[in-house]
Design a protein around this ligand. Structure first.
Ligand code: ATP
Ligand code: MG
Length: 679
């Protein structure tokens, strides 16, 4: 891996940078690990406004699974995310809404945001939403969804945002699991210019669920009343209803002076289901104080946030990335944040670049899957855009791989912007490992260094032959399984806790303990494996279960996939292990080609040679199957667990587990057919 000397390549850092240099990072990082209470005390004062100050900073342990932060402190989310900014800069832009149709774009000021959130909160209160109630939000990435999210905490409720593309079955399972009696949705949504029946989907989901009290329906698309039904005594047309609470309306005086609820720092702020890449999605709970603090701190640090920035994260609100880095972190920091409702190729393949230039975005944050998608169109679509406002570009969700990293850095970042590969997960609430612009080293393919309070430890994997010597040595010294040395791979864990760690799985604390905390007492198990290079920088190798053991050599899916995508005609690749009598496991490659009109045999051979050359002879694939697309979650991650079933010759899709978050079921059918042909 090549290290970049970034110093001369980046736009000069001007005043306003949060951290000044690497020394400051090192000093603060050391404090955050060695004296976390002192560190978090200071940051809690700096980033948040408290109604009632706390006397305890943190308590509990990972071993017991009872971690708490600021447990006797009280704060109010509305004040932190909206009010204090409204008071300072009422007419500045808080939200940029880049609607599906670019013509529908609009901006919302801090003043407007505060008014709308209050109105939504009064509506929820009127309907009887109380502290601790779960409110389901099933909407597109839109200002109304943000109003609904913030209105929940205003009245002390917990939101459960469900990605707006999910099926009625997926909604039903989540509404039942969370016992949510209130739903906020839209009549229809627009996605790539097409109408999506949101309300009708909700109706199918909740048919027969008698405990549903209210369904609030925002009119996202006008004049569509004939497209769905409204059930009396349950369904409410939100826009006119909200108007009744405004000046001159029927409920003008009802709760007119409703104050935002002061929340205990440990009160749940929201619950959110994971992406479902490795199994049935887990409903994780995030609390208020610690979550907001670490969201804001990581956002400020990783994206080099400064006053006046226009920050754009392209994720959907329905993922943790949307929650933390579209809504809560930017709002706590008073940063203008963009809501992107569309896709990178609608109405044209230039959409991302149009958005950046149109709004003068200073930060742009997206996923490797989106980068790989726009890459397939080459650099031609970029030629009319300067992208000169950008300072930081980011990636999240999967290992970005060398090829995509280079393309993104060169063509979007113009080799000047800092590219932050941010490693984290729903459970962590906020970024855990990432470069810091202008402060820490940048290395392509690496998420680099831990952020404050995150103490990553690579643990030995007992069955890893490469580690056997190290293993024996450690055992003889009666050391735990931590790998202290660099240039080593291991199971990625986080030692100790941090403020935004998820506190539990909804209704299943045992599963929480068993999944994350019990496997290595005192450590949080991320589920991923990583390599720490000679400079101490981290490379995420893939999921622990996806690490392949081929003839006693261990390969991370990410390193194999990254090598294959170096081939100029590959777009996306997924590698899984297939049981093999002699090798233990054999490498099975699924590959999407850019240009499909090539000699397949020749291409497959080139891919084979590429793996042998860049990795090793042992990495010679057993099979390479060319497909049109790979099965992915709606958050853009490859669902390798499906591919793993297929390569064991299990062709029964109904046995593949929870597929509620699968984006493209058709791809599975095609892959099954192509694999069947092999055997
Ligand atoms: P589930 O937990 O339901 O199986 P999931 O793990 O995909 O789904 P998320 O919380 O959305 O759900 O994703 C977190 C995972 O995404 C991480 O554990 C890691 O595997 C991967 N990931 C996120 N960011 C990065 C990154 N920058 N580099 C490598 N992998 C990443
Ligand atoms: Mg996960």
């Amino acid at each position: 891996m090549t290290s970049f000397d970034c110093k001369n390549k980046f736009k000069p850092l001007t005043e306003g940078t949060y951290l000044k240099n690497a020394e400051e990072y090192k000093r603060l990082y050391k404090q955050s690990i060695e004296d976390p209470n002192a560190f978090w005390y200071e940051k809690a004062q700096e980033f948040l406004t408290w109604d009632k100050s706390f006397t305890t900073i943190s308590s509990g342990t990972l071993k017991q699974g009872n971690v708490k932060y600021f447990e006797d402190g009280y704060l109010n989310v509305y004040q932190n995310c909206v009010l204090r900014h409204k008071e300072k800069k009422p007419n500045d832009v808080a939200l940029i809404y880049e609607a599906d149709d670019p013509e529908d774009a609009r901006t919302i000021t801090w003043l407007e945001l505060s008014e709308q959130v209050q109105l939504y909160a009064r509506v929820l209160k009127h309907l009887g939403v109380k502290k601790g109630d779960v409110v389901t939000i099933y909407m597109s990435t839109s200002p109304e969804a943000v109003y609904a999210m913030l209105a929940c905490s205003y009245v002390g409720a917990i939101h459960s945002v469900i990605f707006g593309g999910f099926s009625s079955e997926a909604i039903k399972a989540r509404v039942l699991d969370s016992k949510s009696r209130f739903i906020v949705t839209q009549n229809l949504a627009r996605r790539r210019g097409k109408l999506v029946p949101m309300k009708a989907t909700v109706d199918r989901a909740i048919g027969g669920l008698d405990f549903i009290r209210s369904v609030l329906v925002d009119e996202r698309v006008s004049n569509m009343k004939d497209q769905f039904e409204m059930k009396s005594n349950r369904d409410i047309d939100l826009k006119p209803f909200v108007s009744e609470f405004q000046k001159g309306g029927k409920y003008e005086n009802e709760n007119a002076d409703l104050q935002a609820m002061s929340m205990n720092a440990e009160d749940p702020l929201f619950l959110l289901y994971t992406s479902g890449s490795t199994g049935k999605p887990k409903a994780l709970i995030h609390t208020t104080g610690g979550y907001l603090l670490n969201a804001a701190l990581t956002h400020k640090t990783v994206f080099d946030i400064r006053e006046g920035d226009r920050y754009g994260c392209m994720a959907d609100l329905g993922w943790i990335t949307g929650h933390t880095y579209i809504v809560y972190a930017p709002l706590v920091n008073g940063t203008t944040t963009l809501l992107f409702e569309s896709t990178p190729d609608y109405p044209r393949i230039t959409r991302y670049w149009e958005v950046i230039d149109k709004w003068g975005l200073t930060q742009f944050y997206t996923s490797p899957t989106a980068v790989r998608f726009v890459m397939t169109y080459g650099t031609e679509p970029l030629k009319d855009f300067s992208l000169k406002s950008l300072r930081v570009i980011g990636s999240v969700g999967e290992p970005i791989g060398v090829e995509a990293w280079n393309w993104y850095f060169k063509n979007v970042g113009k080799s000047k912007c800092y590219l932050v590969d941010t490693y984290w997960m729903t459970e962590s609430g906020a970024i855990m490992i990432s470069a810091i612009p202008g402060v820490t080293t940048l290395k392509r393919g690496s998420a680099t260094l831990p952020l404050f309070g995150i103490n990553p430890q690579l643990l030995l994997n007992g069955d890893n032959p490469q580690n056997q010597e190290l293993n024996l040595e450690k055992k003889s010294k009666k050391q735990f399984l931590e790998i202290a040395e660099n240039s080593q791979s291991g199971i990625l864990t986080i030692k100790g806790h941090w403020p935004s760690i998820t506190r539990t799985i909804l209704g299943n604390h045992k599963r929480y303990l068993d999944t994350y905390l019990n496997p290595y007492p005192g450590y949080f198990l991320t589920g991923d494996s990583a390599y720490r290079d000679m400079d101490g920088l981290y490379f995420i190798k893939g999921r622990i279960d996806d690490v392949l053991n081929v003839s006693a050599h261990r390969f991370g899916t990410s390193e194999l996939e990254s090598a294959i995508t170096l081939h100029p005609n590959t777009v996306e690749v997924a590698v899984v292990g297939m049981p093999h009598k002699i090798k233990g496991e054999a490498i099975f490659v699924f590959c999407v080609l850019k240009d499909k009109r090539v000699d397949e045999k020749k291409t497959k051979n080139e891919l084979k040679v590429l793996l042998q050359k860049t990795i090793s002879k042992v990495a010679t694939p057993e099979h390479i199957v060319l497909v049109d697309s790979l099965p992915k979650t709606r958050s853009g991650k490859i669902m390798r667990r499906i591919l793993k079933k297929i390569v064991t010759k299990n062709y029964e899709i109904s046995t593949y587990g929870d597929l509620s978050t699968l984006l493209n079921p058709d791809s599975v059918k095609q892959i099954v057919q192509n694999v069947k042909k092999l055997f």
